[in-house]
Design a protein around this ligand. Structure first.
Ligand code: SAM
Ligand code: SF4
Length: 465
């Protein structure tokens, strides 16, 4: 049986058959799939189903090792950093897993004023952030949707000291075509929307009220965003609601739909795992909990399935699991996050937060840790500012050319962080990371990177190529 919707079509029968076919496998078949994955062309669904079934520790180690090689081959050792900015927790929906749901009386409601948003932005800028993800529940104060548009203007307008926010991504409820066009006009980077679950029956059970009950309106939101000219769209699944194997295969169907309709798939995939949330029993007892091993498998399989799509890891997860997943395919992480509106200026407050954070470390500490692990923290925002978005980005990414830009841009933005914001400890660890990364680069990008880094050391800011 398949589910037909106007745009995206999730074929349930095909998913069931693929999972079944994937059960018949042996070690040589797994190794043959992994060898093909190294060609960086992605994998057919049945191969993904085979990899999902791997449990032998040695073979699983090989799956993780292959994901690591693919990640390093495409992204090198950079890791992009961002922070979410929760502007409002007002919401008219009833998602049973979320603290912001309308009927949750335990939550303290708050929509930040534009002045309060500016204050939050100043805090983030003063920590060294350059990329922000604006997040809100689905109900806006009296201005309606203009509230979000004004918030984006406020973020871009608010500078502090030597810094400013250079890319605003947005995670808000599905919009109409016209609203998406207005969002695009605000110069956003990525529009993010998670389907939560692609399983229609489960979707109906966990979305009890409000506009979000409409599965099709949500699943077709990335189509409308792209039709409105937003090239970079991020999708995702809330893991814990339904069987993760089903969700991965459905997510891949969604990606194929976008690729065939628009010539380009999503810019990023997010992999939120359900976390405890105030006023939600479901959030503490997910119906399909995902173990740490399976979570690592999910990231590795996605990395092999869509080698060129960014994978985002939030601070929902604890420091240890975050560290492990960097190697498996994650390319962007949030750091120093708060999920309560006003949380940066006034600190973390569970009574107004969306869910419990797993990683409470400040940005400086995360950066030091990331650098010690051998990664280059990056605050780069060059691509979308130079129009390298959507298909143009993928055309550069696929032959491996994007690394020529990412490497030098990561180093220049990291140097900027070290000069302007780092603690002395982080600065000395970071300088060593930059020296090592330069030594490992090919001659041409290395020359460019050295020039850019020395411009930053000489006082120039926002240097990119
Ligand atoms: N309100 C908009 C929506 O639902 O699309 C956008 C913002 S919502 C705050 C962002 C995402 O948070 C949701 O799409 C959902 O995946 C995630 N989320 C909600 N409750 C969560 C929980 N208890 N643990 C982890 N993630 C959660
Ligand atoms: Fe509202 Fe989004 Fe939370 Fe659902 S997930 S209750 S729509 S904020």
């Amino acid at each position: 049986m398949s589910t037909v919707s106007e745009g995206v079509r999730i074929d349930l029968g095909l998913i069931a058959a693929t999972i079944e076919a994937g059960k018949r496998h042996d070690a040589p078949r797994v190794r043959e799939i992994l060898a093909r994955a190294l060609e960086l062309k992605g994998l057919p669904d049945v191969d993904l189903a085979v990899l999902m079934g791997v449990s032998d520790p040695e073979l699983l180690g090989e799956v993780f090792h292959t994901a690591r090689r693919v990640k390093e081959g495409i992204y090198g050792n950079r890791l992009v950093l961002f922070a979410p900015l929760y502007i409002s927790n007002l919401c008219s929906n009833e998602c049973v897993y979320c603290a912001f749901r309308a009927r949750n009386r335990e939550l303290k409601r708050r929509a930040l004023s534009q002045e309060e948003i500016a204050l939050e932005v100043r805090h983030l800028v003063e920590q060294g952030h350059k990329r922000i993800l604006v997040v809100a529940g689905e109900s806006y104060p009296h201005e309606g949707f203009d509230y979000v548009l004004n918030a984006i203007d406020t973020v871009y307008r608010t500078a502090s000291g030597r810094g400013e926010i250079r890319r605003v991504n947005v995670n808000i409820a599905p919009l109409t075509l016209d609203e998406f066009a207005r969002l695009k006009a605000k110069n956003i980077g990525t529009y993010q929307i998670f389907q939560e679950t692609y399983h229609r029956e489960t979707y109906a059970k966990v979305h009890l009220g409000g506009k979000k009950r409409d599965f099709d309106w949500r699943v077709n939101a990335p189509d409308r965003a792209m039709e409105a000219g937003i090239d970079d769209v991020g999708i995702g699944v809330l893991f814990g609601l339904f069987d993760w194997r089903f969700e991965i295969l459905a997510l891949v169907q969604h990606i194929r739909h976008l690729e065939s309709r628009f010539g380009v798939g999503p810019h990023t995939i997010s992999v939120p795992r359900m976390e405890p949330a105030s006023g939600s029993d479901v959030a503490s007892h997910p119906p399909h909990p995902v173990s740490d091993v399976d979570f690592r498998k999910i990231i590795a399989i996605l990395r092999l399935a869509v080698p060129y799509t960014g994978i985002i890891m939030s601070t929902r997860e604890g420091a240890d699991i975050r560290r492990e997943t960097f190697a498996l395919g994650v390319s962007q992480i949030s750091a120093g996050s708060r999920t309560n509106p006003g949380g940066y200026a006034e600190d973390e407050k569970f009574e107004s937060a969306q869910f419990c954070l797993g990683d409470h470390r400040p940005l400086d500490e995360v950066i030091r840790d990331v650098a010690a692990l051998g990664y280059v923290p990056s605050f780069c925002t060059a691509c979308y500012r130079l129009g390298r978005t959507g298909r143009d980005f993928m055309d550069l990414a696929k032959p491996g050319e994007i690394k020529e830009h990412c490497g030098p841009n990561a180093l220049a933005t990291f140097q900027e962080y070290l000069e302007d914001y780092a603690s002395p400890e982080t600065r000395s660890a970071g300088e060593a990371t930059i020296a090592r990364a330069l030594a490992e680069m090919d001659p041409e990008p290395r020359l460019r990177a050295e020039k850019m880094v020395s411009l930053v050391k000489g006082g120039k800011r926002d240097v990119y190529c």
